[in-house]
Ligand binder design. Structure first.
Ligand code: ZN
Length: 233
């Protein structure tokens, strides 16, 4: 889950929450804040604290993110106790998840118990763990939920790109820009690219820069995830 920094908005409070979309897109890009898919049609404003439960926060910048339809509708009106949930705009959430071939995800094993709970809660909140191969029907994606399929497809694309990169990087240095600037951003899924290219790690910093609003304080100079200053992981 890509850690993002929204920075301040031109306004703290919008007349209508939909008015915040352009500012959100400028700062963190049109990617789902939870599953990381690119949002090409009808981005949804995500109320971290649901507007039905916290109407006073409905139009507040600090309560708004961007989400895809699957994440937003899965979360629906679940009450979010922010103290119990890791969030991409406050925590180093990339550290909290592992990504695997085939579109599967898991919790990163080396977290503290408290950090594991924070990540488990956000995964459950949007059911990021649903996968077509899950044994239990309740753990399989609903109708139009393609998040795991998309993640798997981008993993496959990233693996092919890694092969081209390893073949070409000495004689064709431009392949770095081609991948980081042209191929990666339209496909989204920041964490998948960061995982597939982690060894060798020389593209990681380019990916961090390729996605607008990625929180650079959640990574060290080599592009490895580190605890976020002021965050809980
Ligand atoms: Zn999503």
């Amino acid at each position: 889950m890509r850690p993002v920094v929204k920075c301040a908005s031109a306004q703290d409070d919008y007349p209508n929450y939909r008015d915040a979309l352009d500012d959100l897109a400028d700062r963190i890009g049109l990617f789902c804040s939870y599953c990381e898919q690119p949002i090409r049609h009808a981005p949804e404003i995500e109320h971290v604290q649901p507007k039905s439960l916290k109407p006073e926060l409905e139009c507040k910048w600090k309560n708004l993110l961007i989400a895809c339809t699957s994440c937003n509708r899965t979360k629906r009106t679940k009450s979010v106790g922010l103290a119990q949930v890791a969030m991409p705009d406050t925590d180093s959430t990339f550290r909290g998840l592992e990504f695997f071939e085939g579109g599967r995800i898991g919790l990163f094993p080396d977290l503290t118990d408290a950090q594991t709970q924070l990540m488990r809660h956000v995964v459950r909140l949007v059911r990021l763990d649903r996968h077509p191969d899950a044994k239990d029907k309740g753990d399989q994606p609903r109708d139009r939920d393609k998040r795991a399929d998309l993640r798997r497809d981008v993993w496959d694309t990233a693996s092919r790109c890694l092969g081209h990169y390893e073949e070409q990087r000495e004689k064709n240095p431009w392949i770095r820009n081609l991948i980081a600037d042209e191929i990666v951003p339209p496909r989204g899924f920041f964490s998948v690219w960061m995982t597939v290219f982690r060894d060798p790690p020389d593209m990681l910093k380019r990916f961090i820069q390729a996605f607008p609003g990625t929180d650079s304080s959640s990574f060290n100079d080599e592009g490895q995830a580190v605890p976020r200053p002021g965050g809980r992981l």
